[in-house]
Design a protein around this ligand. Structure first.
Ligand code: MF3
Ligand code: CO
Length: 262
């Protein structure tokens, strides 16, 4: 059984810092989302904000990824590449996923936003995906088990929105000196318990939920993940620090916090 790395106080301070910047960046970027803007413009603005905050966009060139954020619209689940051709329109939903590196430490977070006014069904998808994350936070405590987090995400969706799909091929992950570290954190039920959670673990928990089936495909750009059935998808992710009690949600900006922790 693997041991999840425990960060010392100095590393934790670094994780707090780069994640706080990410929370601010996502809050500010969200203000720009409106009909008529391109995902290319959002990427440019994110780069400006990240450099103003003193960080580096850690997605850029990650395994060859060509941009600083992922901007995934409607049936795109994750890893949508920003493009001048992708003009947002009223009623779209867009998932923005980003990360910032500072002093060798990494942050990673994602939220799905509505463009202008969206359908009640889309609003519910976004809300439930966010709530699945917060349901999982109750299980993310020192002394608990990693897959308690996975089971909590799955149980929340099954109990509240049984017709939704939970993506299985993509998972959350450890995060720290690298953007992606072990362990993987699935969003579906596991029969085993997984490694024990300890104070000082830093993890990225990220439910990815569809309004239809959970099956996905990758487009010819080799990055964009879309649903096979064309159903729309939402993504919600934060980098967290395990403590003895409720986890510290490191990448939660003020605006995002105001939406509540449920
Ligand atoms: N947040 C994304 C994930 O955990 C990171 C994507 S990095 C990219 O999968 F560079 F590939 F976009
Ligand atoms: Co991630």
């Amino acid at each position: 059984m693997i041991m999840i790395p425990v960060r010392d106080e100095k590393a934790i301070e670094c994780m707090r810092k780069c994640n706080k910047a990410l929370g601010v960046m996502l809050d500010e970027l969200s203000e720009m989302i409106r009909p008529g803007i391109t995902t290319y413009q959002l990427n440019l603005e994110a780069e400006k904000l990240i450099s103003k905050l003193g960080g580096r966009p850690n997605f850029k060139n990650y395994e060859g990824y060509p941009a600083s954020i992922c901007a995934s619209v409607n049936d795109e689940v994750v890893h949508g590449i920003p493009s001048q051709k992708r003009v947002l329109k009223e009623g779209d939903i867009i998932s923005i996923d980003a990360g910032i590196e500072m002093n060798g430490y990494h942050s990673d977070a994602a939220r799905t936003f509505g463009v202008g006014s969206i359908s009640p069904e889309c609003a519910q998808l976004i809300k439930s995906t966010r709530s699945a994350f917060f349901a999982a936070m109750k299980a993310a405590v020192s002394g608990g088990r990693l897959y308690d987090i996975s089971n909590a995400v799955a149980a929340y969706i099954e109990e509240t929105e049984s017709d939704y799909g939970i993506i299985r091929e993509l998972t959350g992950h450890g995060i720290g000196r690298k953007l992606h570290e072990n362990p993987m954190i699935p969003n579906y039920h596991k029969k085993t318990k997984g490694p024990r959670l300890s104070k000082g673990n830093t993890l990225a928990v990220e439910p990815m939920i569809t309004m239809g089936r959970p099956d996905i495909e990758i487009l010819d750009d080799d990055w964009t993940v879309v649903t096979s059935d064309g159903s729309w998808a939402a993504h919600y992710e934060n980098t967290i620090l395990i403590t003895d009690g409720y986890p510290e949600i490191l990448s939660l900006g003020e605006k995002e916090k105001e939406l509540g922790l449920e």
